[in-house]
Design a protein. Structure first.
Length: 256
């Protein structure tokens, strides 16, 4: 519940004091407003609470501070560009033929300098950012061994790329295979010749053994002749001959 006595006891300024200050001699109020704006605003706010004054339409002017343009922030790439190229260097570069030549010879470097020019306010930023191209990797090369150079009829110290090295090694493998194939063919030919020689020698040796065996058989026959067999009885021999003759004859029916 509102207690007017307590409210009056807590108030820093009485209604009479504020009425006298603002509606009395205006010189005092104007002087305080000029010399101590904060105190004036405090008194004015208290007077508004007590309905002595309406809200102030004119606020205390802000202190007169000199204008300072906002500090510009730089991206890491802009800071790098400023550290590498000065504005004078960029102006001189784009006013010379070197910029046109470098546009075709080293586009990445040209674009780096143009970005520096954008940072210095000389150009507008590209709507579509430039994507740096990756320079081609240097070609892989190596010095071949003295052995491979000699086999390939090349000077000692010859340097080749990967494709050339593969070609030389393939030729080396082909040469080794040809040598191996020639050696294997010679071994096979020598083996065939040796086999033919052995076969001829064995054949001659077998003929000599056969001849010796015949001579031995003949000598044995001369030394110990085979016993003479007794002639077959005449009757048995005749019967045998009759049987053989009948086997040869063609049977003819009786009365034919």
């Amino acid at each position: 519940m509102f207690d007017p006595i307590e409210a009056k006891r807590n108030a820093r300024y009485t209604r009479e004091e504020l009425t006298e200050f603002f509606k009395g001699n205006g010189t005092v109020a104007q002087r305080l407003r000029k010399e101590n704006p904060a105190k004036y605003e405090e008194l004015h706010a208290e007077a508004e609470k007590m309905n002595i004054l309406g809200p102030s339409l004119i606020k205390t002017p802000a202190p007169n501070t000199p204008y300072k343009p906002p500090a510009r922030s730089y991206t890491p790439s802009e800071l790098a560009s400023h550290g590498q190229y000065s504005e004078a260097e960029i102006r001189a570069y784009f006013n010379s033929k070197k910029s046109s030549d470098e546009f075709h010879s080293d586009r990445n470097e040209y674009e780096r300098k143009r970005e520096a020019g954008v940072s210095y306010g000389l150009f507008q930023k590209r709507e579509v950012p430039y994507v740096p191209t990756k320079p081609p990797a240097p070609e892989w090369t190596m010095r071949i061994s003295d052995e491979l150079a000699g086999e390939s009829n090349l000077p000692i110290g010859t340097v080749v790329n990967s494709e050339q090295l593969e070609q030389l090694c393939r030729q080396k493998v082909d040469r080794a295979r040809q040598v191996q194939a020639t050696a294997e063919a010679k071994v096979a030919a020598d083996r065939q010749v040796e086999l033919e020689k052995l076969t001829a020698a064995q054949k001659l040796d077998q003929e000599q053994r056969d001849r010796k065996q015949r001579d031995l058989d003949r000598l044995q026959e001369l030394i110990a002749p085979a016993p003479v067999k007794a002639p077959e009885p005449l009757q048995l021999a005749t019967a045998r001959a009759v049987a053989q003759e009948k086997a040869k004859a063609v049977e003819v029916p009786i009365g034919a």
